[in-house]
Write a protein that binds this ligand. Structure first.
Ligand code: FAD
Length: 525
């Protein structure tokens, strides 16, 4: 086995550290000893509770069924993000986990522009999910069947994933999850330790490098020096190994994404009385936006804002006013966010995963998605001890492309919105730097909605329907519909619009509520 990696040390025990430990313990199931070192003095970020629908693949790979882990993490289903007050008219719209139907070769959204733009909201006309969200439905029937027939077999207990690579996805999973971040980290820890991962609770106080600049060992307060063939930096915004010890520069995204701070809070919720929304809400305020993430038993909420436009105190006041009585006696925690990415997330024998690698504001819940992507790419690029330079380059490109793609998509959330009522919202039109490539696409999208050929082609998780939904919701609409649709009969489009309404009505009638479904799962254990 000489030449092969035999020991991996992960530093950091937040979601990134324990998700990495759990995944590697399953993926590298022989000849590698994994150790995780975490401090009891440095707290984890403790937020990060809404996910992206590809998270399903992560749990599938670990062989975990929903009824095993969801009740232990107070998890709920998330079928969409509801954007509130993001356009000048202050209407809401949903960004669902659902692709468009295609009619006579064109997305139903193109037909909507032609036939319904002044009559019906696009999201309710083109998708089922907004109806299920408004009615707090569960995506599953009480017998476990998923409402979306196209993916039903992928959600059965028998479904086994042998190889899961995010960018090979052929389907759109119709939901993701909300969960308690601390409970999930604990669940991942139990899973990983059960599979032989060793935990050391101690502070890393120094990092020793070899002559060629690789990491030789980490120095801990009480356990002395710990050496390893390979290291994973999961130390959060500190980037203890990748930035501090290895000196890798961090590229800030402040020119295009203005939000750099957050205030987080946990709210008690009477789910029996109020039900559980199967979606995350993102409500725009004066200098940013507020997330609301419904869990089984409480909600997580937070104001993501730009400190250049509002002080910490004013932001907390505005946030409290937005929450009203619900926030009485709840403790707010202030978080400074490091927005951007490392120039390289893998340097020598160290890979950074999680906040230490890169982070954009959690508007599309991509933090945990970046972790999943980083881990999967690490497994597929897993090196020998000598860490081949080409593998490192390829990994770094995949990570940078993914984070940069999401950065571009989030930039669009701001620059395409017609909201410009405060200094912050004006700055999102006039002060942020919109890359020329995106400007060019925006010019095209004023004439036709995005398709998979016109969006960023590098893998970053989002498909063209997501771009299209955001543009329609933000009031950045093509001025006219596609001329070619004037040469095609409307009857198939009419029938499809009708089918969507009929199916939505049927599902609303027959699916249990999310509260009912999750309570049923808990009671049947
Ligand atoms: P942390 O949680 O900061 O963990 C760092 C770990 O390193 C800790 O265990 C700490 O003890 C350890 N450590 C640090 N220094 C040392 C040392 N010297 N010695 C030993 N150990 C050390 N993601 C989503 O997917 N969805 C969301 O809705 C979402 N919302 C977010 C909202 C906000 C405001 C923020 C800031 C992030 C959000 N994220 C979200 C991102 C998500 O929270 C993170 O990706 C996730 O929690 C992973 O964090 P982490 O493990 O990288 O870092």
């Amino acid at each position: 086995m000489s030449g092969y990696v035999q020991t991996v040390v992960i530093v950091g025990g937040g979601s990134a550290g324990w998700m990495t430990a759990a995944y590697l313990s399953k993926a590298l199931d022989k000849n590698v000893q994994i150790t995780l070192v975490e401090s009891s003095n440095v707290t984890t970020i403790g937020v990060g509770e809404a996910t992206f629908s590809t998270i399903k693949l992560f749990f599938d790979f670990l062989g975990l069924q929903e009824d095993e882990w969801m009740p232990k993490c107070n998890a709920t289903y998330k079928m969409a993000i509801k954007f509130v007050n993001w356009n000048a008219q202050r209407q809401h719209f949903y960004h669902p986990f659902q692709r468009y139907e295609v009619v006579d070769g064109f997305d139903i959204s193109e037909w909507w522009l032609k036939m319904k733009r002044n009559q019906e909201a696009f999201d309710y006309a083109c998708f089922l999910i907004p109806w299920l969200c408004d009615n707090q439905r569960s995506p599953r029937y009480l017998d476990g069947k998923v409402f979306d027939d196209k993916v039903q077999n992928l959600f059965s207990r028998e479904h086994i994933v042998k190889k899961n690579i995010l960018d090979h996805l052929k389907v759109q999973y119709p939901y993701a999850y909300h969960f308690d971040a601390n409970l999930l980290a604990r669940f991942m820890k139990d899973y990983a330790m059960h599979r032989g991962v060793k935990q050391i609770v101690d502070d890393v106080v120094d990092v020793k490098l070899t002559a060629d600049g690789s990491i030789d060992s980490i120095e801990t307060k009480e356990h002395g020096s710990i050496s390893s063939d390979f290291f994973v930096d999961c130390t959060g915004f500190r980037g203890l190994l990748i930035n501090k010890a290895l000196g890798e520069p961090f590229i800030a995204f402040s020119e295009s994404l203005l939000c750099d701070s957050a205030i987080a809070m946990q709210l008690p919720t009477d789910i029996k009385k109020n039900g559980i929304n199967p979606y995350t809400t993102a409500t725009a305020l004066s200098s940013g936006w507020v997330w609301n993430i419904p869990l089984y038993g409480r909600s997580g909420t937070g104001y993501v804002y730009s400190s250049a436009f509002i002080s910490k105190e004013e932001a907390e006041k505005e946030f409290q006013e937005h929450l009203g009585e619900a926030a009485n006696e709840c403790k707010a925690s202030h978080i400074k966010m490091r927005i951007g990415r490392n120039r390289n997330s893998w340097v020598k024998n160290c890979v950074a995963i999680g906040l230490s690698s890169g982070f954009v504001e959690p508007l599309e819940s991509t933090g945990i998605f970046f972790i999943q992507h980083g881990i999967e790419e690490l497994v597929s690029h897993f090196p020998k001890k000598s860490c081949n330079e080409e593998l490192i380059r390829s990994y770094n490109k995949a990570i940078a492309d993914c984070i940069d793609g999401v950065r571009e998509f989030l930039t669009l959330h701001y620059c395409a919105s017609d909201r410009a009522d405060t200094e912050f919202w004006k700055a999102t039109k006039h002060e942020i730097q919109v890359p020329e490539e995106l400007r060019e696409k925006l010019r095209l999208w004023k004439n036709r909605l995005p398709n998979n050929k016109s969006i960023n082609p590098k893998y970053h998780g989002f498909e063209s329907y997501s771009y299209s939904v955001m543009l329609l919701g933000l009031n950045y609409l093509p001025e006219s519909s596609l001329p070619v649709l004037e040469h095609i009969q409307d009857q198939n489009a009419k029938a499809t619009f009708l089918e969507i309404q009929e199916k939505a009505a049927y599902l609303r009638r027959t699916l249990p509520s999310q509260y009912e479904y999750l309570t049923h799962v808990i009671k049947s254990q």
